[in-house]
Design a protein around this ligand. Sequence first.
Ligand SMILES: [Zn+2]
Length: 291
Amino acid sequence: MAWFKKERKPRISQRTKLEIPKDAWERCENCGHVDIRERFEKALNVCSECGHHRRFSAEEYIELLTDAGTWREFYANLRSKDPLGFESYSDRVAAAEKKAGSSDAIYTGFGRLDGLPYHLGVMNFSFMGGSMGSVVGEKVARLARRSADKRLPLVLVCTSGGARMQEGVLSLMQMAKTSAVIGELRQGAIPYISILTNPTTGGVSASFAMQGDAILAEPGAVIGFAGQRVIKQTIGQDLPEGFQTAEFLLEHGQIDEVVPRGTLRETTARLIRHMLGAASAPMPAPVAATS
Ligand SMILES: [Zn+2]
């Protein structure tokens, strides 16, 4: 009798059913926690298990720190001239542009944060390790000068492997140039906030990164001038635990706060408002005194 017969559905083998595209998963480099990529993205690439702050792209920081549709990039046409004719430098720059866009190792522009107009620069580690050559220095200097002219606050999100060695001493001169313009901002009482992300080292850490009126850093970010190995060899001593991390620097008074990425936007907006003396979030209406 046909209607007693169990209908046999073709079975999908367990193996194919469990196959999920490999790139849908991400693993935390710190604790090994595995999760679907979407969940990492939702958490701004912070591990839900251990709080490790994974790499966040320059473009993502711009999105995080500006109101939708307000970002306008400046100075994207600046190019390095390869002044030393350094071997294969122009090829490396061309390759970096192909990989990371044509803005060199920093995006500079205008945006609004909670409606407040300000200037934002975000270094791009994907472009030759966020190294500072004459283009990065020039863009920071121009943006800071524009901040002074327009009296707009400046925020720089820093990440850098150091000076760009292919431009030799010209890279090192950017430290003095950017520092001088930041000094002008200070004289004009224009707020400047620097946000240090992992890693912020070399010439950038020795100039504008550490010159903010407020210096924020992401948890666990490595911040320092020279690498630990170099320091250890030079002084011939073991280094304390946690040396050159954001938390260590906070404890030793070199930065103002360690701010998790999830509250970075809110903290930056609050600081700008506070430094401008602007009204903060609306206060509850005062309760009429009753006697
Ligand atoms: Zn983790």
